[in-house]
Design a protein around this ligand. Structure first.
Ligand code: GUN
Length: 289
């Protein structure tokens, strides 16, 4: 068997076109969605991500503001920037690119973002809403993965879903979304005793560890849907995922490639969250005070 390739590029383009249509509607009502991306320091990967996010925003017709701050910015200076963006009516979404320099408290910075502008969905209030089944913003990567599973008609009710990697950005919110869709969810972490025994049970396997090749074909149930969130630079300079694609492809029913899988979806869902934030702001402005 050779797995079907789930093309994140094609699906993300469809979603971006839908967003551009929603932007046009907003513009007819005098509103342009605005996204501010804050980048502290010079992490090369973060610079690429921020550039891609800003370019996608502009293409969709958003106002895009990138705030670049030096690595020695104080925490208070960053909090002041976030608070100014919270007050700025032209900005509907705020994203502080992670990781932040070590002298900063990421939790405090994220908690300072107004929850209704937190298009990453990382604020504790948004994490809590997601956990209790009333999401305001779904974190972009897991949200994009749900869209991919939906577009592939993957049945999730009663399915065994196994997630490798329990980060706040991907693994934990992914577990909440799959659980809400009716899957039985196993969330593995770096202490999991027999990882292969867990992954082999999975009808849907999501891998988000940042460890290239941590999952190989022999750890996959034949016919499973494999979602690879990893973006790692191989020794030859090429991008590779967390899943060993070659061996996995021979066993899985469907698999996401790296690049061109989950990555483009994350950006598309950031645009979805931002246009939604702008739509909510417009609606709120029509409500009597
Ligand atoms: N760093 C890696 N992924 C992300 C993300 O989705 N959002 C932010 N803000 N930082 C990240």
């Amino acid at each position: 068997m050779t797995a079907r390739i789930i093309d994140g590029k094609v699906l993300s383009d469809t979603i971006k076109t839908e967003v551009a249509q929603r932007v046009q509607k907003l513009q007819q009502q005098g509103m342009t969605p605005g996204l501010a991306v804050v980048l502290v320091g010079e992490d090369p990967a973060s610079q690429v991500y921020v550039r891609n996010k800003a370019a996608a925003c502009e293409k969709a017709g958003f106002l895009s503001r990138v705030v670049r701050l030096p690595a020695d910015t104080t925490q208070q200076q960053l909090l002041d920037v976030v608070q100014e963006l919270n007050q700025d009516d032209a900005i509907h979404g705020i994203l502080v690119q992670l990781p932040l320099p070590p002298h900063m408290d990421s939790g405090l910075v994220i908690e300072t973002i107004a929850a209704n502008k937190d298009v990453d969905g990382f604020h504790i209030s948004n994490a809590g809403l997601l956990m209790t089944g009333r999401p305001l913003f779904r974190p972009c990567t897991p949200y994009g993965i749900m869209k991919m599973l939906e577009s592939e008609n993957v049945g999730l009710r009663g399915a065994e879903a196994v997630i490798v990697g329990a980060s706040n950005i991907v693994g934990k919110p992914m577990a909440m979304l799959l659980l809400a869709a009716g899957a039985t969810v196993t969330l593995c972490n770096s202490k999991t005793r027999d990882l292969a025994a867990q992954t082999r049970r999975a009808d849907v396997l999501v891998v988000a560890t940042g460890k290239p090749g941590i999952v190989t074909g022999d750890m996959i149930k034949p016919g499973a849907v494999v979602i690879d969130v990893g973006i790692n630079r191989g020794t030859d300079g090429k991008l590779v995922g967390d899943v060993d694609f070659e061996s996995a492809q021979k066993v899985a029913g469907a698999i996401t490639p790296v690049p061109g899988g989950v990555g483009p979806m994350t950006i598309a869902m950031l645009l979805v969250n931002t246009v939604e934030a702008a739509e909510r702001a417009l609606q709120a402005s029509h409500q009597p005070a």
